[in-house]
Design a protein around this ligand. Sequence first.
Ligand code: UFG
Length: 341
Amino acid sequence: MKKTVLVSGGAGFIGSHVTVELIGAGYDVVVADNFSNCDRTCYEGVKKITGRQDLPLEVMDFCDAAAVKALFGKYKIDAVIHFAAFKAVGESVEKPLMYYKNNLMSFLNVLETAQEKGCNVLFSSSATVYGEPDAVPVTEATPRKPATSPYGNTKTMCEDILRDAVKASNGKLKGILLRYFNPIGAHPSALIGELPRGVPNNLVPFITQTAIGKRECLNIFGNDYPTPDGTCQRDFIDIVDLARAHVYAVTRMIEGKMLEPCEVFNVGTGRPLSVMELVNAFEKVNGVKVPHKFAPRRAGDITAIWADPTKANTQMGWKATRTIEETLKAAWAWECHLAGK
Ligand code: UFG
């Protein structure tokens, strides 16, 4: 019998790509979203890509405990992937209570109900939990560092909450924490991708918007870091590769193949790339110019971080496969699609 996965925040950037991959792998998916930080573009795109015009959509807020209970009553859910959360680092510094309330409350509601129903939980965590690491690449055993923003803090806190809940559940609740590095790109169909509201905070949407003429110039924040070319280094991972990691993780949970009741995996490529290298690669592969200039460092930025993905490669059998060229082509195709070009 087909298993059903609930994807909270399923209309967002990561959630929509994960939904496509889950459906492709034979799962039924229930998408739930309150559209607080996205519109219906990606949900409609997912339906087109998968041919699933009947894809269930629940418009709801996960901070509403009664609504979460009702949702789990309406569908027989085998696993839940929880994305529904606020994610802007800067905004979280200005509005910490809004971040704590939304990101913690929604996750607590999901966990409480999932535990009652004996359903597995996958939480979308972040490399932000490693802070500025003492050594790179980072493995899952690299100590976490205190978060530098309320947003980052909610990730660390939700990791702890899930671990504690699993521990106390006597096997009723199982969980996986996926720590994402820097997800970029878009689906090769160019029907779904990143849709930032207002001025993008993240690098790749800023690059694509500059290349298409929506922004005048990309600021490269800092060229005096102790890295080979002076700009920060990241582990940029293709969004489709990242989405596929969720299929492996969910399958592992549902098929009872976990080695521990609460597992953690880095989801990265293991390949560091500097901001400057990324900009150069984008220009080269797409044959477009990205006007840019160096600007002062951005507060809170980490100098260099990339993953050691060995654990996910060996234990889950998942590996990132897309080249940076494929990823940057897809990012550009999506921007062009949005511009109607
Ligand atoms: N950058 C620029 N110019 C821009 C935007 C970004 O130079 O206009 C640089 C940043 O300074 C950084 C790199 O590009 O060096 C990557 O920046 P992003 O904002 O794209 O990504 P971050 O690594 O800062 O953020 C990611 C996730 C966050 C998470 C954070 C924690 O997007 O959700 O990692 O490490 F909190």
